[in-house]
Design a protein around this ligand. Sequence first.
Ligand SMILES: CCCCCCCC/C=C\CCCCCCCC(=O)SCCNC(=O)CCNC(=O)[C@H](O)C(C)(C)COP(=O)(O)OP(=O)(O)OC[C@H]1O[C@@H](n2cnc3c(N)ncnc32)[C@H](O)[C@@H]1OP(=O)(O)O
Ligand SMILES: Cc1cc2nc3c(=O)[nH]c(=O)nc-3n(C[C@H](O)[C@H](O)[C@H](O)COP(=O)(O)OP(=O)(O)OC[C@H]3O[C@@H](n4cnc5c(N)ncnc54)[C@H](O)[C@@H]3O)c2cc1C
Length: 679
Amino acid sequence: MKQDETMKVKRYDDTNVNPDFVAERKKCTFNIELLTNIIDGSSYLTETRRQAQLAVLNNESFSNLPDRYYASRDEAYAQNIRKSAAYIKLLKEDKSISRAESYFMQCLIFPNEVPPFSLHTTMFTPTFESMADEEQKKLWMPRIENYEILGTYIQTEMGHGTNVRGLETTATFDPSTDEFIIHSPTLTSIKWWPGGLGKTCNCAIVMASLITNGRNEGIHPFIVQLRDFETHEPLKGGLTIGDIGTKLGFHGMDNGFVKFDQFRIPRRNMLMKSAKVTRDGTYQKEKKLEKLKYGSMVFVRAMLVFNQAGQGLAQAVTIAARYSCVRRQSEYAPGQEEPHIIEYQAQQHILFTELAASYIFYIAGNKLRELYFTMNYDIQKGDLSDLPELHALSAGLKALTLDEAVVGIERCRLICGGHGYSAASGIPKIYTEVVAACTYEGVHPVLYLQTARYLLKVYQAALLSSSASSLPDNQSSKYIFRHLHSERPRFHFPLSFVEIVEAFERRALMCIEKASKKLDGLLATGRPHHEAWNYSACYLIRAAKAHSHVYLTSSVHEQLETVRQEDAGVYTVLGQLFELYALKSIVDHAVEFIESCGITTDQINICIERIEALLLNIRPNVLPLVDAFDFPDRLLGSALGCYDGNVYQRLYEYALNSPLNKSTVNVAYFVYYIAINIS
Ligand SMILES: CCCCCCCC/C=C\CCCCCCCC(=O)SCCNC(=O)CCNC(=O)[C@H](O)C(C)(C)COP(=O)(O)OP(=O)(O)OC[C@H]1O[C@@H](n2cnc3c(N)ncnc32)[C@H](O)[C@@H]1OP(=O)(O)O
Ligand SMILES: Cc1cc2nc3c(=O)[nH]c(=O)nc-3n(C[C@H](O)[C@H](O)[C@H](O)COP(=O)(O)OP(=O)(O)OC[C@H]3O[C@@H](n4cnc5c(N)ncnc54)[C@H](O)[C@@H]3O)c2cc1C
């Protein structure tokens, strides 16, 4: 990115900071900058992010006016389009902007929003790059990279989302014209939900059932132009396109629908890397590459762990923590000043356990992102051996971390009392964005079941093997082999970090064993496989959750081992957060740990006591620990969570800006009450 000499705006306003915050920050016992570097991945990435954020703050085109919480849907969409145009213009003009820089910029330009063009970068382009053949890439990629083509990813239909194989849209090959005819045969086959489809994108990858020579060959991807490149009008020839209307959140996003009515596209618009239809209508496929078509779902699921679960929860925690250090309430000691609400143990228990969870999701999410890029390198070269592992891991972790994050975000809102319910707190916006991710890219029961399917296969393999050596080191399920053939250790309390990881592994192994037994038991009674599978779902889902917890604890433990060599202060606080998250999970799932690890209820009580001790340990560092996330105020968009702690002044300004305050007597009130009473 070109450096701008005129950069003047600071990321924080560090003048006029609330004195309570100054006192809180003095209590810090560790090096905040080092922790920030760990969260970002390196000091280089911290610096890159800060430069990118400064570039956004210094550029007036990226302002959030009209106020994002008062904007109507029309205004919210228009604002996103204005900012998108400025952002894309910048990317086109400054080719030195790296991928990382553009990512950091995008997060701040569209705070807690998925902007209308985002499907272009997260799904459309990756799917095209992965599924198109070399000739197709040469033809299309320059216009895709140049944003002349702005694409979305069209898969879900009004009647089918989860069951991708059940999609009804057809792409029938017509050899007389060398074209595919895309068609929505029913109301339920209308494509529904794709981001940016309603008003913004001019092209799309459309997933449809390929029919050639009278045979249905299953779901395949096609690149389809939807709008005229000059006028942006929907193309003629059988397209009805629109916006699907108001949703829980995503107000600035035009999630859309499209009905295809015998719409024709050239044969070569089918993406032909792993399967193709020749000029005479012959269908050929490379079976080994078949699952590549699901690749972009794996990509986004893997990214959502750090991007939505980690970052979303961390933002809500930052807001709740800062507010808790400002807000005073209730008489604690008779006759004395009201304490900050952070001093109440009940507040600490919620806040600090969510703080711990946000660190765990962030750090494990970063590791998963790295793993994705490492494994995907081979996958794209045609070696798909790591794909099942990557699919199982990303599906389970997407589900588990987002399930826990949305509950955590809501808990953070609740511990802010009444002001948490105001949009000005920033938390409602974070919640509506993050909870969307619980639905898109796959609903969670379905994703857990995908993970469980993989785990049972690994378990079966482990039963037949006597060592773990047959699994590569990067496989997260290697513990199944290791523990299946080894004695359960005696756990000592309080648990060491190494013991914590092993306890999670033992619990997961037990859940997998139980799921396997349940399934086998039902099969043994003569039930067909699909029925036995369905009635084992509760066991299978428990196994998938337990396995995902193993990845969270083991990957953060691995990070802790590195930090231990680097800095004692950071190691201590990160270790406290790790322990708190782990012990709370053990207490929450006590029955499973008692049964799998041979521990007692008394030992669970030791964990409960230890949690209380950890709350006291974490207390002095609470503000520095959220400062380490290094979120600019603009990203948080919160009167309660700003860096300077001037909560009440900002709340008052927010209220004064309410559109309802533009007049002293409201027009509607005048018309329906005063005018009627007068007559
Ligand atoms: C540094 C960069 C940072 C970037 C940051 C980015 C942040 C992003 C933030 C914000 C942007 C996002 C904005 C919104 C985007 C929203 C987009 C959408 O929502 S698009 C719609 C998604 N739709 C679903 O997810 C449907 C869910 N359904 C499915 O996934 C499948 O169809 C499923 C799993 C239910 C299929 O089930 P079956 O049983 O019918 O499977 P069969 O198709 O027959 O396949 C069976 C085999 O394929 C494997 N498989 C299934 N899915 C796989 C996959 N994804 N990858 C690999 N293998 C897969 C299975 O494990 C199985 O393998 P075996 O036979 O056991 O070996
Ligand atoms: C904000 C948002 C953005 C989106 N963006 C896009 C996009 O860009 N492109 C796109 O193509 N799609 C998009 N989607 C669609 C999204 O991917 C689907 O909504 C999602 O995959 C779920 O499908 P469905 O809505 O049909 O739910 P269904 O599949 O009908 O599921 C409904 C419920 O039934 C249960 N269920 C269903 N099947 C099973 C099963 N096999 N086992 C157990 N339980 C089951 C689950 O509880 C599930 O929640 C978006 C959705 C949202 C909310």
